[in-house]
Ligand binder design. Structure first.
Ligand SMILES: [Zn+2]
Length: 239
């Protein structure tokens, strides 16, 4: 039934052909916190055919300020279970699978193998490194997103066409710089989560972005960069 997507189909950038591609797509969202709930809400409403999501955390009271699928009744529940209950009634046409698990190099393929794209909704560089290494090795695209304070960034990573995360960061980790220590405003998680979902949809309908997007919502910074693959990258270089 395409009726519920009428307004999305009416947008010329998507159209009926784009909606049909969206409906046939399968995506994997890793993480179900502030970015994850925003991404899942958006992709589920947009009519992605099949969504797999993975998180091993439970809902805390301090999450409710920005984790958009949760309410006071969910505190203490696994985020995956609480999110599944909401998504299932937002759009029952979407096949949704949620798993309570912590993503590692050993298990990522179980969830991501058959997916068209992976979305990063994690809060740490170790898991992003796992995603990046898996995606380059398996020639699978993924969407990077990161947030802290009032700042956030996002980009589409297509192996051997765009820079990978290692090209951009060389994995200089930012451990200890978390929502708890740096603080976080919900406008930036909602913005970056929405941008990530939109970047995924654009890739799925063959209109991918090649920009690196950076926002700072307390300093009115909205920037896009074009970045190049590092030929000496240890993960994706010289291929
Ligand atoms: Zn690279």
């Amino acid at each position: 039934m395409l009726e519920r997507y009428d307004r999305q189909i009416a947008y010329e950038g998507i159209g009926k052909a784009g909606q049909e591609k969206i409906s046939k797509s399968k995506v994997c969202v890793i993480g179900c916190g502030a970015l994850g709930t925003t991404i899942l809400n958006s992709l589920c409403r947009s009519g992605i055919g099949h969504i797999i999501f993975v998180d091993d955390d439970t809902v805390e009271l301090t999450n409710l300020q920005r984790q958009m699928l949760f309410d006071e009744n969910d505190v203490g529940k696994y985020k995956v279970h609480a999110a599944f209950e909401k998504l299932d009634v937002i759009n029952s046409e979407v096949i949704i699978e949620g798993y309570v698990d912590k993503i590692s190099a050993d298990n990522i393929s179980i969830y991501a193998e058959d997916c068209d794209i992976i979305l990063d909704a994690t809060d740490n560089f170790q898991t992003r490194q796992v995603i990046n290494t898996y995606c380059i090795a398996n020639n699978k695209p993924w969407i990077y997103g990161g947030v802290a304070g009032s700042c956030g960034m996002a980009t589409t990573i297509i192996p051997f066409k765009t820079p990978c995360l290692n090209c951009l960061s060389d994995f200089k980790t930012n451990e200890g710089y978390t929502a708890k220590t740096s603080g976080i405003i919900n406008a930036i998680t909602a913005s970056i989560g929405s941008i990530e979902a939109n970047l995924a949809i654009r890739y799925l309908i063959d209109k991918p972005s090649d920009k690196f997007i950076y926002l700072d919502l307390f300093n009115d910074i909205f920037e896009c960069f074009e970045l190049k693959q590092n030929p000496n990258c240890k993960i994706c270089g010289n291929k």
